[in-house]
Ligand binder design. Structure first.
Ligand SMILES: NC(=O)c1ccc[n+]([C@@H]2O[C@H](COP(=O)([O-])OP(=O)(O)OC[C@H]3O[C@@H](n4cnc5c(N)ncnc54)[C@H](OP(=O)(O)O)[C@@H]3O)[C@@H](O)[C@H]2O)c1
Length: 295
């Protein structure tokens, strides 16, 4: 439990990993402001977790929205924690045929959004006597993932943002770290979990012998923002059951989605990692995606 009243801002806090992080930070005693573009999941989360949670509707890609979220987060107690969890999986396509629009959308959300949030919160956290910023990176940051180059590159850049932020902000009492998350079941990855064979292969590549959950990531965030981690900054902590020690479960790019146009295939949610004949309810044209193993 925290020693005195303090606030946290969690971008992407209305769903998935961000929601579990919010739940954990509320248990730790924080007032938590959650930010996202859709009001409904934010309000659902608030209903679920109670009145220590407040909501800020807006996009992390918009400076004014981020500034308002920081004000909202500062209203009830000094802001000392920011968690950069807003992100998008992007369109599943080979690098050479990724449309510029899709590339920009992923980089804009995952990198620009994290930069804007870090920039807006770091100063405030420093004014409040110091605290901690945690970005949610991915195992994709360090290893190529078929069909997810823009996403992987955005996360690699996010980790560079964390290193540079940690280097510059340490003297002001602001620690900056990342969780390098393994794959867990959320809206973003629902298509993977529906893909026959994915779960078995993922398990065989995970030394601890179980799939991870958003809760595992939330526990790690709780540690990194706590005084127990007060001498830790600039790290990208792998929280993946040891998956980084073994292979990456790859999902091959369906050829129909690699065509290089800016037209989204009907029914395909660009924010999701998919994809396969059984894609967890996302309806797009049939495609021969398969799960393959790389060393
Ligand atoms: N699931 C995994 O296996 C996994 C693994 C490694 C890393 N991650 C990372 O974990 C983070 C959370 O992902 P998740 O798996 O929990 O998926 P998710 O449930 O789809 O969460 C993504 C969140 O980001 C928000 N968001 C997206 N674009 C935004 C924008 N422009 N402005 C503000 N909020 C925005 C979404 O809300 P709105 O749509 O309402 O804006 C949503 O709440 C992401 O950064 C993802 O890259 C996930």
């Amino acid at each position: 439990m925290i020693a005195r009243p303090a606030s946290a801002l969690v971008t992407g806090g209305g769903t998935g990993i961000g929601r579990r992080i919010t739940e954990r930070l509320v248990q730790d005693g924080y007032f938590v402001t959650i930010m996202g573009r859709r009001e409904e999941p934010l309000l659902d989360t608030q209903r679920l977790l109670g009145d220590k949670v407040s909501t800020a509707v807006g996009s992390v890609t918009n400076e004014a929205d981020v500034a308002l979220a920081v004000e909202q987060a500062s209203a009830r107690a000094p802001l000392t924690v920011a968690v950069l969890a807003a992100g998008t999986g992007g369109r599943h396509a080979k690098l050479a045929s990724t449309p510029l629009r899709s590339w920009r959308r992923v980089l804009s959300t995952n990198l620009d959004g994290a930069f804007l949030t870090l920039r807006a919160t770091a100063e405030r956290i420093a004014q409040n006597g110091g605290g901690s910023i945690v970005a949610i990176s991915s195992i994709a940051a360090t290893r190529p993932h078929h069909g997810m180059a823009a996403y992987a590159i955005s996360k690699a850049a996010l980790e560079a943002l964390v290193a540079n932020g940690a280097n510059e902000l340490g003297e002001q009492g602001v620690r900056v770290n990342a969780i390098r998350a393994g794959i867990v079941d959320t809206d973003m990855t629902a298509g993977l979990y529906g893909n026959g064979g994915f779960v078995a292969r993922q398990l065989s590549e995970t030394p601890v012998g179980r799939l991870g959950a958003a809760k595992d990531l939330a526990e790690a965030v709780s540690f990194l923002v706590s005084p127990a981690a007060s001498w830790i900054t600039g790290v990208c902590l792998a929280v993946d059951g040891g998956n980084h020690l073994r292979g990456t479960v790859q999902v091959n790019v369906p050829p129909q989605l690699g065509g290089g146009t800016d037209t989204q295939p009907p029914g395909l949610d660009e924010g999701r990692m998919l994809v396969g004949p059984d894609n967890g309810g996302v309806s797009e044209p049939p495609c021969p995606a398969t799960v393959a193993q790389t060393p």
